[in-house]
Design a protein around this ligand. Structure first.
Ligand code: 13P
Length: 284
């Protein structure tokens, strides 16, 4: 099956109260592990490419690998640009075959973010590609940040309402206390803020930085309107841990396939667990 627009997957998830896993992919084994897990779980799935992934693998390779994997399976697969940095990059990804792009203007003042996001939405809409945007800042780990600083970076519900109304984005990433990477302590999500945003905003919401967030918090966030959950760090951890394990058992191993095969299998198990947690199993 070829790539489906992300918005169709998210709108269904929103209506039926579950979330779609959006998993970051950088290489062949990661792509295969994610897509095979989704097929076995009969779950719709989003594969996403970050700036680092595009630099590492190249846009053409990413599209070709994900397309080859998607064509082998029955479940719907969307290919999404994660944290796109410019209008030009969004257009490059659309042209290369992505079915969804994120434009991340969250560093910009509100008016500039709206203008830049709107430009991407106009182009993407014309060719049936979905757009995710971000409001508020999803930072790195936040142990050194005081509460007021932490709140200052979070999404303001009324701004989210205005942003979505004026840009027409298909999905909005919200900052409610998660961060990318490994958490030092347990992340505290601002569920009241999430509820207030969901009450005012009529599009599916996206949770970034979901690796390391306790399962109960993820479930609660989904019940309050999160329809896309981004996972990267947990995949990297499982992938690398398997390589380390094989090498420690067999230090002389020189066949990359003997390292990357078990890594793909370990990653696949994590993807399956996440799909179960998000409630998207059997929804394909
Ligand atoms: P984690 O690395 O914390 O899973 O976050 C992934 C993410 O949000 C990608 O945009």
């Amino acid at each position: 099956m070829s790539f489906v627009p992300m918005s169709s997957l998210l709108e269904r998830a929103r209506k039926d109260g579950y979330a779609i896993g959006a998993f970051n992919a950088n290489n062949l084994e990661i792509v295969q592990g994610i897509v095979e897990a989704a097929e076995e779980m009969e779950a719709p799935v989003i594969l996403q490419a970050s700036q680092g992934a595009i630099k590492y693998a190249g846009l053409d390779y990413i599209v070709a690998m994900v397309r080859a994997a998607a064509e082998k399976v029955k479940v719907p697969v969307a290919l999404h640009l994660d944290h796109g940095t410019s209008f030009e990059q969004a257009v490059q990804c659309i042209r290369a075959g992505f079915s969804s792009v994120m434009y991340d203007g969250s560093k910009l003042p509100l008016e500039e973010n709206i203008a830049a996001t709107l430009a991407v939405v106009k182009v993407a809409r014309a060719v049936g590609v979905s757009v995710e945007a971000e409001l508020g800042r999803i930072g790195g780990t936040e142990d050194d940040i005081s509460v007021s600083d932490r709140e200052a970076t979070m999404t303001v519900p009324e701004e989210a309402q205005e942003f979505v109304a004026r840009t027409g984005v298909d999905a909005l990433a919200v900052a409610i206390g998660t961060a990318h990477g490994v958490y030092k302590g347990e992340p505290k999500l601002d569920f009241d803020r999430l509820k207030a945003i969901a009450d005012l905003v009529d599009v599916p919401l996206v949770l970034h930085g979901a690796s390391g967030v306790p399962d109960e918090a993820i479930k609660r966030a989904i019940s309050l309107g999160i329809c896309k959950v981004n996972i990267d760090t947990n995949l990297r951890q499982a992938f690398v841990a398997a390589i380390v394990r094989v090498l420690s058992e067999k230090p002389g191993e020189i066949d990359p396939r003997k390292l990357l095969g078990p890594a793909r299998e370990a990653l696949k198990q994590v993807v399956k667990e996440k799909i179960s947690l998000f409630g998207s199993a059997g929804r394909a």
